[in-house]
Write a protein that binds this ligand. Structure first.
Ligand code: SAM
Length: 165
């Protein structure tokens, strides 16, 4: 069940440490048809509506080459989420699960990710299907689909030493 910001029976809130975030740079803004969490899909679908990802200056040139891919990984900041739950009750039925066993937007660092279908690029705007975020959600990063992406440089000796993880 989608939440606004309420605490449900059985859920556990912790005191947040002082905000010492890594200093993310929001590189754009995502325009979607959804203005309420209650109407936003739980997970995006690639047959969902076209959403517009507006890239801010000076990051527009960073889109070069993205059109070579059919799918793009979109990473966004679920800016309206609370961040202080360690146990959550997704079904609001008193049963709880740990935050890290869920894809809930409620998490200490509310990053959302979706593999979206790339529909096109129009100047500074990337058109995709497959998102599940509110209109105006800040964009953190775009990456080409990891399966289709071929590293540009071949692996070098020493790239994979014993002990690397
Ligand atoms: N696909 C992403 C993932 O798996 O990391 C996000 C999944 S999360 C379950 C999607 C839900 O987050 C939406 O249904 C909506 O309730 C909520 N949501 C979307 N945009 C949000 C925002 N900007 N701030 C807070 N919550 C948001």
């Amino acid at each position: 069940m989608v939440r606004e910001n309420e605490i449900r029976e059985g859920e556990v809130v912790v005191e947040l440490p002082p905000p010492t975030d890594a200093g993310l740079i929001f590189i754009g803004r995502i325009r979607t048809p959804w203005n309420s969490r209650l109407e936003t899909p739980r997970q995006g679908r690639q047959d969902g509506p076209v959403c517009r990802i507006e890239i801010f200056d000076p990051w527009v040139p960073a889109l070069k080459g993205l059109d070579l891919y059919g799918e793009v990984e979109v990473i966004y900041w679920l800016h309206q989420s609370r961040r202080d739950l360690v146990l959550q009750s997704p079904a609001s039925d008193k049963t709880t699960r740990g935050t890290f066993s869920l894809r809930s937007p409620v998490r200490p660092n509310p990053l959302g990710t979706s593999i979206a279908k790339l529909v096109g690029i129009e100047g500074s705007t990337v058109l995709v299907r497959g998102l599940d975020c509110l209109d105006g959600t800040p964009l953190v990063d775009l990456k080409p689909d990891r399966c289709a992406f071929t590293p540009i440089a071949p692996p070098q000796p020493g790239d994979f030493e014993v002990g690397d993880h």
